[in-house]
Design a protein around this ligand. Sequence first.
Ligand code: PLP
Length: 425
Amino acid sequence: TTSLGELDPELAEAMAGELGRQRNTLEMIASENFVPRAVLQAQGSVLTNKYAEGYPGRRYYGGCEFVDQAEELARSRAKEVFGAKYANVQPHSGAQANAAVLMSLATPGEKIMGLSLAHGGHLTHGMALNFSGKLYEVAAYEVDPETMQIDMDAVREQAIAEKPAVIIAGWSAYPRQQDFAKFREIADEVGAKLWVDMAHFAGLVAAGLHPSPVPYADVVSTTVHKTLGGPRSGMILTNDLDLFKKINSAVFPGQQGGPLMHAVAAKAIAMKIAGSADFAERQKRTVSGAQIIAERLTQSDCKEAGVDVLTGGTDVHLVLADLRNSALDGQQAEDLLHSVGITVNRNAVPFDPRPPMVTSGLRIGTPALATRGFDDDDFREVADIIATALVAGDKADVAALNARVTALAQAKPLYDGLEDWKLLG
Ligand code: PLP
């Protein structure tokens, strides 16, 4: 009966501080979102107590009748939202989902071919220090140096030369849609499996604003906490029964022990919401907000200050600001926006002349603010605050910009009614 605040006031203070930070600043990290209260409730629920190794109806523990219901709801809703025949909803995270995917598609030592980390790929797509780069041979493809976009003819040539066992489409920092039909064609031509990691854009796929990889890929993995706006976790989809069996065994017992049933329940809630009209409307505001920011960052004052946008715009929920010609490097730009009350992350641009800890880019995402209720007018104000700060650099009027941020944050209250974290759940 002792509350967290009573039991552990030091931790309670840190958690209350984080709630305040989320409320009072503008969260624009492209991989983040705000979960609804129902997801907080599921994650803070007694389902965290339950061991349920195995799958619904086939558990290695007794007493699983109710968590079976929760997992079935998560699975069936995920299949419906994405039009897939099979779903595994147990991965604790995106990285663990991806480890299971690779385990089921290729034997260690075989070759994988994904977008290079430096050009927007993810660690789990073959980065040297990640399990994927250590266990598999890696042939990464890159973006075209002129267009900064993936050139499918170059991918095809490379695939023919390298003959990978697995081709990976999907990314962590890329502002355009990928051509899944073409990836399928190439995979078939070279006898590779096609794995799409839609972690970033899964919410757009669910809303019909982005082509779905499900009809084309052998396997699709995703996180649930980015554009999808659910609990921090992963999920795997496929239409192939044999592969589904391999994936199930790669998740448990291959990668994980007991599933986090409170997170699985929260995934069921996220999938219920992802099928709603409100969710689709929010994803529209997400993409529109990113396009408004891209447009503002390509205006003449930005160009004159050496601030630009990679590929000239965006089709998705994020914008990659290109600071190669700016006096500000990625680190300085991230710090400046932080002082103004906007949270973004610095990000290497392809062929980045600056070192990876500094970078020449910013990744600016709109999912969290769209969830907070931001519309086009709000995003125009956000875009102008960002542009004004980046153009002014170290001469920026931080106090004035911060006042504009505060006005936006106050106009769209977050987690209203949860006066402090102690009331959560
Ligand atoms: N896949 C992609 C494309 C990602 O961008 C990320 C997260 O950044 C992941 C997988 C990994 O997800 P997690 O952080 O949950 O392990």
